[in-house]
Write a new protein. Structure first.
Ligand SMILES: Cc1cc2nc3c(=O)[nH]c(=O)nc-3n(C[C@H](O)[C@H](O)[C@H](O)COP(=O)(O)O)c2cc1C
Length: 333
């Protein structure tokens, strides 16, 4: 399977399936000398765990991480960091009834169409559990960003409400990146906004991304949408407003970067829906098992992780943007 590695300079490769023995991540590009513990990664994982958020599944996944490599005496060694979480609460028999049917809103049909073979016990690689690896990568990226005074934080900003029996709802996650210096992001094909959108759209169930005023800009006037420049008390150039969401020309302005991720309703619902079998015979399906009523609360930390890794990757990239900086780093007196 191609496409399991994210990033260029700071990379995470996620592996594992929802009903396999374990899931994990190989994180590369972390400098040596960073203090790193399982507890620090676990803090992030716990925010994604079922039961940790409103309207989440009653599955009891303890999701305890184990660091397998890349850390010695509490510090990173500069070598690949491998982290793993064992699957402990997977009930494969919940899925036996739907082995030969396609669940609406899921990747069952497209997986079959592509590979001709599917692990029907759950979503496999397209399961929400795949995001465990992303969150572990994001936790490491966030620790490096913290050293630089950069903070990434995502929360649910849409209303959460209980739905009528057997159905599900969608939601909106807003992510704010604070402390990012101006000029991060590479024109033209590696713009900060383009890279953030790619990162967040790769999360299952995320269907749209907005930066700053987002889709509203199409109905605004230039005078309303432009952010006037000014100088703050310390002499820094700032924008007086932030309609651009902290990004101009694909590069950070130095203001807060604001991103919204729009999440679809959980596809697994126990309401009866029309579908077909693998052979194309029409039938109906009611998806049992234990699922989130709304995915957004548990996906917030995943958005945060993807944004943290994107920003770190582009901060690394920016290190060779100017001759004077390269000289500062390498030139001998
Ligand atoms: C953190 C997270 C948790 C998820 N939990 C569930 C779930 O409990 N039940 C479900 O049907 N889908 C869940 N999903 C969504 C499906 O994985 C996703 O909708 C499906 O693979 C189809 O992909 P698409 O929506 O991107 O087209 C979850 C996604 C994420 C990111």
């Amino acid at each position: 399977m191609a496409g399991s590695t994210f990033g260029k300079n700071f990379t995470v490769t996620t592996w594992g399936e929802s009903h396999g023995k374990a899931l994990g991540a190989v994180i590369d590009g972390c400098p040596a000398g960073l203090s790193l513990s399982e507890a620090a990664i676990q803090e992030y994982l716990d925010r994604r765990r079922p039961g940790s958020a409103p309207l989440s599944t009653p599955r009891k996944e303890s999701d305890q991480c184990e660091i397998l490599s890349g850390v010695f005496e509490g510090k990173t060694t500069g070598t690949p960091i491998s982290v793993m979480v064992r699957n402990t609460d997977q009930i494969s028999k919940d899925y036996s009834a739907i082995a030969s049917l396609y669940r609406p809103g899921h990747a069952d049909y497209t997986f079959d169409a592509k590979y001709g073979f599917r692990d029907y016990r759950g979503g496999g690689r397209s399961s929400g559990r795949e995001t465990i690896g992303r969150v572990m990568g994001g936790a490491v990226a966030a620790l490096i960003l913290k050293e630089l005074g950069i903070k990434v934080h995502a929360i649910v900003t849409s209303d959460l409400f209980e739905v009528p029996a057997q159905d599900s709802i969608g939601g909106v996650i807003t992510c704010t990146i604070k402390g990012l210096p101006a000029g991060i992001g590479e024109p033209v094909f590696s713009k900060l906004d383009a890279r953030l959108c790619e990162a967040c759209m790769s999360i299952g169930a995320v269907k749209a991304i907005e930066i700053g005023d987002g889709i509203k800009v199409a109905s605004m006037k230039g005078s309303e949408n432009n952010d006037a420049f000014a100088v703050d008390q310390s002499g820094n150039i700032i924008t007086k407003t932030n309609h651009c969401g902290g990004i101009l020309g694909g590069m950070s302005t130095g203001g807060d970067v604001i991103l919204k991720a729009y999440v679809k309703p959980t596809p697994s619902i126990s309401l009866e829906q029309e579908t077909v079998t693998r052979e194309g015979t029409p039938t109906t399906i009611s998806v049992g098992g234990r699922h989130d009523i709304c995915i957004a609360p548990r996906a917030a930390v995943v958005v945060e992780a993807m944004c943290a890794m994107t920003v770190l990757d582009l901060l690394y990239e920016n290190m060779h943007a100017r001759m004077d900086r390269i000289l500062d780093f390498y030139a001998k007196d």
